[in-house]
Design a protein. Structure first.
Length: 248
């Protein structure tokens, strides 16, 4: 009997030592990577600290050694999504249009790799110093290409918000719809009325409003608008002489 008590005690101590070793081997990067992998499987609503702790084979309190709250973890995940797209100034020979279009496509690809990614980045409260420094380098590059600092910030913000909003709607459209019993599909009801030819043509020729062609159309419209705004500034000698705070 004494043997079993001793053996059980040693086993318990050994398990405790293994748990402690596993906990101390964790760091912020490994927790974020595990969270990203879990996000792919269960989505944002299923990403709980308990599930994450189980995936890492630790108890939930061990996570708080690295992240003080779930929001802090989600901020780190948003940071990862943004940096995975690649940040930095244009490549040699790239125009600002080519550079920003490449950045937009890379950012979109980064977000589309994970469900609910747009919700994570739009609700982020703080990014890492590394991401902020890279963002500052991009703004500096735009200023060197003829933008003023405010215009550079507004241009990148407009493009980022476009990607976030488009993917947010795209990912929301993929969630199962919940309809009350007996309700009719509003689109089918409208088409059955007859005089909806433009809508029929739009769906027949354009397809889903969230396909690649729709995304590219919006991106092109934004880029052309940004180019027009930049040309107006460079063509206006009065604007060129003003500080950013004085520019219209």
């Amino acid at each position: 009997m004494l043997y079993y008590i001793i053996n059980d005690k040693e086993s318990s101590m050994s398990q405790k030592a293994r748990n402690e070793e596993h906990r101390t081997s964790l760091n912020r990067a490994t927790v974020v990577q595990a969270a990203m992998a879990l996000l792919k499987k269960v989505g944002l609503d299923g990403l709980t600290t308990r599930r994450l702790a189980d995936a890492l084979e630790v108890k939930s309190p061990a996570l708080y050694w690295h992240f003080r709250s779930k929001q802090e973890l989600l901020d780190a995940m948003a940071d990862q999504l943004i940096r995975e797209a690649g940040m930095g100034p244009p490549r040699s020979g790239e125009t600002w249009q080519q550079w920003l279009a490449r950045r937009v496509h890379a950012y979109r690809a980064s977000l589309l790799a994970y469900p609910d990614s747009a919700r994570i980045v739009t609700e982020a409260q703080q990014l890492s110093p590394t991401a902020i420094r890279a963002f500052n380098e991009e703004l500096a590059a735009m200023v060197a290409l003829g933008f003023d600092p405010v215009q550079a910030l507004r241009t990148i913000t407009a493009l980022t918000n476009y990607v976030n909003g488009f993917i947010l709607a795209e990912q929301s459209s993929r969630r199962p719809a919940t309809q009350a019993p007996g309700s009719r599909d509003s689109l089918a009801a409208l088409l059955s009325e007859g005089p909806a030819a433009p809508l029929l043509v739009a769906f027949a020729e354009g397809g889903s409003p969230y396909n690649e062609a729709s995304f590219e159309y919006g991106l092109q419209a934004l880029m052309e608008g940004c180019a027009a705004a930049l040309n107006r500034r460079t063509d206006d000698p009065d604007t060129m002489g003003r500080s950013p705070s004085q520019a219209p």
